[in-house]
Design a protein around this ligand. Sequence first.
Ligand SMILES: [Zn+2]
Length: 437
Amino acid sequence: MAPWIYQGRTLACRVLRPSVLFPKTGHQYHRRLGTIVAKPVVSNSSDSLSFSYESGNQNMKRTSLPNFWLRDNCRCRSCVHQDTMQRNFNTFDIPKDVRPLKVETQHSGVQIRWSDNAHESFYTWEFLESYLKADRPQLEPVELEYFGADGSQYSTAWPPSVQNQDILSDETKAVGRLTDLISKFGFAFITGVPIESGEATEKLLEKIAFIRHTHYGGFYDFIPNLAMADTAYTNIALAAHTDTTYFSDPAGLQAFHLLSHSDPNAKDGTATLGGQSLLVDGFYAASLLKEEDPKAFQVLSQVRLPWHASGNEGITISPDKLYPVLEVDDRMGKMHRVRWNNDDRGVVPFDGGFSPTEWYDAARKWNSILRRNSVEYWFQLTPGSLLVFNNWRVLHGRSAFTGVRRMCGGYINRDDFISRWRNTNYHREEILRRIIG
Ligand SMILES: [Zn+2]
């Protein structure tokens, strides 16, 4: 069973708690690894460096690291450009048979003098052990908490929110909290946002990252034509969906701020306007699907489909390749992305590994879970509360409404959001250690 699915559990699921596994200070992190394993005996063979632990190399995936690989990953100040943090030498200038001339075990790591130009490298125990234990760099573990109709089971403060005032007074700390809440729950509100215009909202979103432009534009602040509002019109309900399913790289974050909602025709202002908003935790829904109908999960995660945006004259957008509804990170064994807007979906192919009939059966089941009362989280958007959510995980929709709504918002790229989250939640030193390796 994939680690992100806890069978039989109710709403929420905790995957990993980074504060326990990876303390958010580089110092503790360093010390922690140093205390776990006693220093190994290091020896060098013809093409690699071997590590022998007193405990018998338990929990290790390998006992040696190749010479060339080590030399290529030298972290010295001349090999890593200190301004750009880029590799500062040509890997292919290093002799294929590069070998250590001298290996010296020190308290915090291993010093090596190489056969090429007597270059000196130093590797910390932390670096060496992370690649003896794992196959690749380990990114920050993210703690996910699923939500449903009643919020998240484990959260004491619901819904997740931060105050605009906190962002204005201590931006790094508050944006760190905001982005962490979005990473964990899939969404968060910023409360106390000015409603006179969209300007404050736009500036707030830019504190996460720049706003992404699409063929619809960038930041939007939609002011309805009041002349049209003479005729009370009804805006139809929208079923839960993700946006921009037709991009190779769908929008990472999406933001909505309802600046105002009124009915110019209502005399006493007490008209029922409707317009409830809906969020659905797509990862939670996917976990239910996998639990209740494993085949349907398999079909939706394996059958790749075309998607498109063709409603604008002169514009026909489709992703670089076919994508399934449920993208699973196979290496990590957990959900990666949900892509679901049935209106933008293309033709179900015949060569997807399952028949179209099997796909429709699976999608029908998925659709029924998305519409389940216990899964739908309904709320009323109110002026002053800016909603920001992860469009790769959380689906959104709304009920029908009357009157005139003024909405503003925009998209932010996933990678820029994650970068901001990282840099407001971890020390730079620790981030570089993880990202550069
Ligand atoms: Zn070097």
